[in-house]
Design a protein around this ligand. Structure first.
Ligand code: NDP
Length: 323
């Protein structure tokens, strides 16, 4: 038997229930992992509230984790029991153990601790996707990054600084601003009011070639207003609510803008891309270029409190659960 956090319906943090379940047996192509650390991400909140739908209820939430292989199903050749592993995007993470398709898992180098892996697999690959794939950020480029002190945000700041870009980070408090600055943001804007005017001032009127917006509803239009002509709006999250009611003409009147809504599962659908992205991420961590800041650690049983902290903007960096 093992303990996991399940939902039987969508709703507030109270729908997250700690339950004892029979230990699963890996099917063909799957492995069973004993989890040492589990990531808590904003997407877990979308699945809990029903903004994103789980395939069926009841469901175990959680997309990201790290641990040790306990057993392998038929046909698995990449892993053997005892291997250290991690994964970024597979529903079913909030448990002491779990089964998972082996092709969604990567080997975890011995010099990356489990908690760091659980704090960076999803968030670090998101930073990779944003800065290297969605838009290949160039040295000297100025980029606007929302939620710059968050789990994804701190890694984006560090990685962009490493590339040689100038980050304008948007955060809600001075404390978060200081943290984002320490992690590579050159300039900090507190709050979303008059965003375009403040970006104009910081860029001497040039505005920015790309905005990374994870806030969604509250900032979408303001972010478009910060772009230079033919700039790229990367809307990649909905922390303040879903973006709806967009008119295509908004892109034309603001200077022939581009808009994309990228998702990690598309960018890392191929196993080769997942392995390459994880290797690059781990190498940068081992070299000390990226430092994963785990701001909050909760017991598995306190998953509700962890999600409440994340959605009330009370967190910095990554949040993890410890089984
Ligand atoms: P964060 O740690 O960044 O937490 C969310 C942050 O968003 C808050 O700390 C807060 O920062 C900011 N925020 C602004 N407005 C609100 C609001 N109304 N309610 C709550 N938060 C608000 O979370 P994650 O690192 O887990 O994820 C960051 C974002 O990236 C999420 O939107 C997530 O959905 C998205 N994402 C998308 C992926 C994709 O594939 N498209 C993959 C991974 C993440 P502040 O207080 O400074 O404003």
């Amino acid at each position: 038997m093992y303990r996991a956090i399940r939902i039987h319906g969508y709703g507030g943090p109270e729908v997250l229930q700690l339950e004892t379940l029979p230990t699963p047996v890996p099917s063909r192509g799957e492995i069973l992992i004993r989890q040492e650390a589990i990531g808590v991400n904003y997407i877990d909140i979308y699945f809990r509230t029903g903004l994103y739908k789980v395939p069926s209820l009841p469901a175990i939430l959680g997309m990201e984790g790290a641990g040790v292989v306990m057993a392998t199903g038929a046909g698995v050749t990449d892993f053997v029991p005892g291997d250290r592993v991690a994964y970024p995007t597979a529903l079913g993470g909030y448990g002491e153990c779990r089964t998972i398709a082996a092709d969604r898992v990567v080997p975890l180098p011995s010099d990356i601790p489990f908690d760091i892996a659980a704090g960076c697999m999803l968030r670090g690959l998101t930073a990779h996707m944003l800065l290297r794939e969605v838009h290949a950020v160039q040295p000297g480029e100025t980029i606007l990054v929302h939620a710059a002190a968050g789990g994804v945000g701190l890694l984006v700041c560090q990685w962009a600084r490493h590339i040689g870009a100038r980050v304008i980070g948007v955060v809600s408090t001075e404390e978060k601003g200081e943290l984002a600055r320490q992690n590579g943001a050159a300039d900090i804007l507190i709050g979303h009011d008059d965003l375009a005017a403040r970006v104009r001032k910081l860029t001497d009127g040039a505005m920015v070639p790309v905005v990374y917006d994870s806030v969604g509803k509250d900032t979408f239009v303001a972010s478009l207003d910060c772009l230079a002509p033919r700039g790229l709006m990367v809307s990649y999250g909905n922390a303040s609510g879903e973006v709806t009611g967009i008119s295509v003409g908004m892109l034309a009147t603001r200077g022939s803008l581009y808009l994309t809504r990228p998702g990690l599962t598309t960018y890392f659908a191929q196993r080769s891309a997942l392995l390459a992205g994880a290797k690059e991420l781990f190498d940068l961590i081992i070299q000390g270029v990226l430092t994963v800041r785990i701001g909050q650690r909760f017991a598995l049983a306190d998953a509700g409190a962890a999600q409440t902290a994340l959605e009330s903007r009370a967190t910095i960096g990554s949040t993890i659960l410890l089984p």
